[in-house]
Write a protein of this length. Sequence first.
Length: 277
Amino acid sequence: MEQNRKSVEKNDLFEKIPMKGVKHIIVVASGKGGVGKSTVAANLAVALAREGLSTALVDADIFGPSIPKMFGIEDEKPEIAAFGDKEVLFPIVKYGVKIMSIGFFIDRSQSLIWRGPMAGKAVTQLFEDTDWGEIDYMIVDFPPGTSDIQLTTVQKLNLSGALIVTTPQEISLNDARKAASMFTNPDLKVPILGVIENMSWFTPGKHPDEVYYIFGKGGGLQLAKEFDTVLLGQIPLVLEVGEAAEKGLSVFSQNNKPVVKSFEEIAGLILTKTEPA
């Protein structure tokens, strides 16, 4: 009896969530907070939507959901409909992106005090209880680090790949290596589509020809080589990017051509890697 119970629990743990209609699921991960992972995930989703692709964004950073703020939809509430004995959620749409986040359902002033299994179940429900419709690309904003939430999500989804976000500095790279190694674990084997280096350099607005490598140089490329993948792009440190996020705007609403170009090129490379000719 005990053996059968454990077998059922194990099967449930590794049972894949049937994401019908979703073509590609890509997770955006980092080893530590503060490297701009959520900013990258949000603007990458918008970049893909601007390419005419049906795009979704899942905020799986359950203890620090920032996607609603970045899209200016903190006060929005997803529509909920009952179908038989099951409730179905309908994502909020902004900039052509279908968005779901635990942040829509909790008080912004209160922290979530949940143990791993409960948090993991909540993330799972964001995927399986939402009516996504037909989706070309679903971007998943992972929590930083490696914990039960990340492991459960990776095990339960059929992923097209993972993106690793880091800054060039060595302390960020050390943590990024840990995040990347989770995906290369033989029991998981999730393809790392590439590395995105954020805050690569700083150029003063009044001195566009000057470049300052505040956090060092070459870290993203080094990490990509270590994990036999590619550096998908480098995003400069720009004040307007942070200001846009605070106002619920994407980088595409700002007049900063280098940042816009970076996200457009990254989106293009992801399309090439996931939809080869």
